[in-house]
Design a binder for this molecule. Structure first.
Ligand SMILES: [Zn+2]
Length: 418
């Protein structure tokens, strides 16, 4: 089965043989008047002009790309998409300027999602998360990372990771699974945090590994959550068990999380709003990817965004993600994140598209299959109703997706799931 997309006004390939950093982030490999040929589930040919004609076959599908921008399927490299309940009741607290850590200490925030997630059955969690995945897909996202961390006991953490596995099987969006038992200290361990850390290291990590339920481990390294020393212990244990590591680092206060990410050679450090210069340098020196989450900065009303310009200048590879979660970034739309990356992080359109495609693919360890439009890569492709890449970011607050192709098949048409 062959599909050809021809006469594409703006074909954004994001091609590259390595992760993009520094000035390379500003090159998205754009081809004007381009074409893409898809055979089965992968890209068979691409180029510019009339070159597609030699691939025309009777019975094949031909899509006209006039007036369209075509990109690789978007990759959301940081989400908490599996959870019970919702937290709109926190809005008045936010407006009364009660801080995130204070809401957490009052038993709200993460801990109220933990209560709802523990109570929910696996089927309930699957069906709630599948609705969010539908929204992601219709907004152009074809692969996501999904973290556990609303269970905070062994049974519930394993349940969340099994939800990831089930969604990966049953939904067109691909799921990369991350174990995040170290998302918060659960209430019942409030006065014995050491016992909870031992539970993570001695019971949860071995079980996650035994059942092969995750590729990554993440730890929330932040004032009032897990300290630098605790994070180091947890992530070293995960590494020793053969899991790759990520950190939530320096989201609100700089505690040296970015420096630790460099020291541990983590795949990525995420948030980084308060990262120090030394931390950013440590990340650059160790090729740690910065996964930036500008809608979270917006939603927390921090009045401050991560210093993306400094990171790019220092050569830190930057990716962007939604942080889709019930408290601090309840959105499924990477298009929204792209707008905030432009106006909050002051990133340029080509930097932004690289950050939600090729660099995001590296952040989830799938760079060999996805993240750019290149021959032999998977045909995960989005066709946007935008005449060029700048337009896609300039026109905001609406869904610009026309067609989404996943594994070579059209799964979204006119912005609606088929
Ligand atoms: Zn997060």
């Amino acid at each position: 089965m062959r599909t050809i997309i021809k006469n594409i006004d703006c074909l954004v390939t994001c091609r590259g043989s390595h992760i993009k950093k520094g000035k390379e982030m500003g090159d998205a490999g754009i081809i004007t008047n381009g074409y893409v040929v898809i055979d089965g589930d992968s890209i068979a040919a691409m180029g510019e002009g009339e070159g597609y004609k030699e691939y025309l076959t009777p019975g094949g599908t031909v899509i006209d790309g006039t007036g369209k921008t075509v990109t690789p399927g978007l990759i959301d490299s940081h989400t908490h998409v599996v959870y019970g309940g919702s937290r709109e009741f926190e809005l008045p607290l936010k407006l009364a300027k009660v801080g995130y850590i204070d809401i957490l200490n009052a038993g709200g925030g993460i801990l109220s999602s933990v209560k709802a997630t523990r109570k929910a059955s696996m089927n309930e969690l699957v069906s709630e998360a599948a609705k969010r995945l539908d929204l992601m897909l219709t907004h152009g996202t074809t692969t996501i990372e999904s973290k556990s961390g609303y269970g905070l006991d062994t049974v519930s953490e394993i349940k969340m990771l099994k939800v990831n596995r089930e969604l990966d099987k049953s939904h067109p969006v691909d799921i990369v699974s991350t174990f995040m038992g170290a998302h918060a200290i659960p209430l019942e361990y409030k006065n014995d945090r050491e016992a909870y850390i031992r539970l993570i290291i001695e019971e949860m990590i071995p079980q996650v590994k035994k059942e092969n339920l995750a590729d990554f481990t993440d730890c929330f390294c932040e004032e009032g959550v897990f300290s630098i020393d605790e994070t180091r212990r947890i992530l070293n244990a995960a590494k020793a068990a053969g899991l790759r590591i990520k950190l939530h680092a320096d989201e609100v206060v700089s505690t040296g999380g970015a420096e630790l990410a460099g020291e541990l050679k983590a795949v990525s450090a995420e948030h980084l709003v308060a990262a120090s210069l030394k931390g950013m340098e440590a990340m650059a020196a160790n090729d740690v990817i910065a996964v930036l989450l500008p809608t979270t900065s917006f939603y927390l009303m921090l009045g401050k965004y991560a210093d993306a310009r400094k990171m790019i200048e220092l050569g830190v590879p930057v990716a962007l993600a939604t942080d889709c979660n019930p408290g601090t970034s309840p959105t499924e739309s990477l298009q929204t994140v792209m707008t905030y990356a432009c106006f909050g992080l002051r990133m340029m359109p080509e930097e932004i598209i690289n950050a939600v495609t090729l660099n995001a693919a590296y952040a989830v360890g799938r760079e060999k299959e996805i993240g750019s439009l290149e021959v032999n890569k998977k045909a995960d492709i989005v066709i946007f109703n935008a005449k060029n890449l700048n337009y896609l970011i300039y026109h905001f607050g609406v869904n610009e997706v026309d067609i989404v192709i996943k594994d070579g098949k059209i799964v979204v048409r006119s912005g609606l799931k088929c």
